[in-house]
Design a protein around this ligand. Structure first.
Ligand SMILES: Cc1cc2nc3c(=O)[nH]c(=O)nc-3n(C[C@H](O)[C@H](O)[C@H](O)COP(=O)(O)O)c2cc1C
Length: 436
């Protein structure tokens, strides 16, 4: 069988376009209504997607429409309203304790029968710090250092139970083997955790470990820990360079490069003609609010004010802080400055590009054009899969499933049925075996 493409549905607001929530084709359900997430996940399952993904920010962001449910709680509901699709959610290593989080993910892996993935983030958004007792944000370097120790503890806790610890023998009166469960006694700079975990090892051993930081430090972290990587690029060339760099870092760690999948974001507007698709995008752009766009841009740069810049004069990289000094979403600032440098955009044009999907790749075309683009990325060293970010939900997900998925299947690069039951099986990832 040909190498197979992976598809993840990234669910955000009523779509990834900043103005999606106002579009007539967007869902009319409240964003905190669980039926909204259930319907989208079930639809993605009908489309044979590998997984769905819920992101998370730990502070209130004004403007626009934000998805408001806490994602791990939401995954609990999705685990029982879907059957086979993988379920991935963000959780922060900066603002949680490993023992809490490992308990939650292990429980979810049991509840879903092995379909859970954890998007490990260090939380780039500066205002989150003040919700957790900090005056200012912990630095980029320190967040990643803490994340490394967090992962050591998390993996230790997952491995504190042998796969065969439970015997459940009513006759002999033995429920489990005590010597197949052991403490971890971790004492470190940030965490002291005795262990063992108080929940048996989940069906997948560990949940699938996903990561979405793309700075130098983020890449090294991904090369060490990640089994799937989400990444944002506005240009194919940078996505390709990222793919090859990360795969070499993974190999350099002695890992098999096929055990670290790379899924760049793609936000396609799809129409029966290219002109119709473009009109759909333009109509959405007409609904955007410049101040909202400026606020989002400012947040990416940790609060830099851009409101003094003219909207219609070409920007230069000097209008932005040096990314190495940015403590928030460092790699996204590199993406933004990169596109300013190569395309000489005005601020208005940049805001409009960012409105599409916050710095991910935006495309408008026919189903054939979108399927060809995906095939090109998949075969030209850019992607192992796509993190699909429909501009308007559910409309553009429906069109993608009805019109693009069959073309990908016809090309022989996407499944026509699920083979396997767990997210690890969908992604072709090994299950960490732990017998002691
Ligand atoms: C598809 C995608 C989803 C992300 N989801 C989240 C999220 O839910 N919460 C969060 O704090 N950061 C999220 N991020 C941001 C990254 O985890 C990371 O913090 C950011 O890219 C800055 O880190 P870096 O400088 O190493 O890239 C996401 C990034 C991408 C590409």
């Amino acid at each position: 069988m040909k190498r197979q493409l992976h598809l993840n549905l990234f669910i955000n607001s009523r779509g990834h376009h900043e103005a999606s929530w106002r579009h007539p084709d967007a869902s009319h359900l409240p964003l905190a209504d669980i039926r909204y997430l259930q319907e989208l996940s079930q639809r993605a399952e009908e489309g044979l997607f590998d997984s769905i993904f819920l992101a998370d920010q730990l502070s209130f962001r004004g403007g626009g429409a934000q998805l408001s449910l806490e994602p791990l709680t939401a995954l609990g509901a999705l685990a029982v309203s879907t059957k086979i699709i993988g379920l991935i959610a963000t959780a922060s290593t900066t603002y949680t304790e490993p023992f809490n989080l490992v308990r939650q993910f292990t429980s979810l892996d049991h509840i879903s029968n092995g379909r859970i993935g954890w998007n490990i983030v260090t939380s780039w958004s500066a205002p989150a710090a003040r919700n957790y007792g900090y005056e200012t944000q912990i630095s980029h370097t320190d967040r990643y250092a803490r994340a490394d120790e967090f992962m050591k503890v998390a993996k230790g806790l997952w491995d504190s139970w042998s796969d065969n610890a439970i015997v459940d023998d009513r006759e002999s009166g033995q429920y489990l083997f005590d010597d197949r469960i052991r403490p971890i006694e971790h004492k470190g700079e940030h965490y002291n955790v005795a262990g063992p975990l108080n929940i048996p090892r989940g069906p997948q051993g560990w949940p699938v470990l996903v990561q979405a930081g793309s700075s130098d430090t983020g890449r090294r972290f991904a090369a060490q820990h990640a089994e799937a990587v989400f990444t944002a690029h506005m240009q194919k060339a940078t996505a390709k360079a990222f793919y090859s760099d990360l795969k070499s870092l993974v190999k350099a760690r002695g890992r098999n490069e096929n055990q670290c999948l790379i899924l760049p974001g793609l936000s396609p507007a799809i129409g029966s003609t290219e002109a119709e698709a473009k009109r759909f995008s333009e109509d959405l752009n007409d609904l955007t609010d410049t101040n909202e766009g400026l606020a989002r841009l400012s947040a990416r740069f940790g609060g830099t004010d851009f409101s003094h810049l003219s909207l219609d004069a070409p920007l230069s990289p000097e209008d932005f802080p040096d990314p190495s000094t940015v403590e928030s979403a460092r790699s996204r600032t590199e993406v933004i400055i990169g596109v300013v440098r190569t395309e000489r955009l005005t601020l208005r044009q940049l805001l409009s590009k960012m409105a599409g999907a916050r710095g991910h790749y935006v495309a408008a075309g026919t189903p054939e054009q979108i399927a060809d683009l995906i095939e090109d990325w998949f075969t030209d060293g850019v992607a192992d899969g796509i993190n699909l970010m429909p501009p308007v939900l559910p409309k553009m997900l429906d069109v993608f499933i009805d019109e693009v998925v069959p073309l990908l299947q016809k090309k022989g690069i996407f499944r026509t049925d699920y083979h396997g039951d767990t997210l690890r099986e969908h992604y072709g990832l090994e299950r960490p075996v732990n017998i002691f």
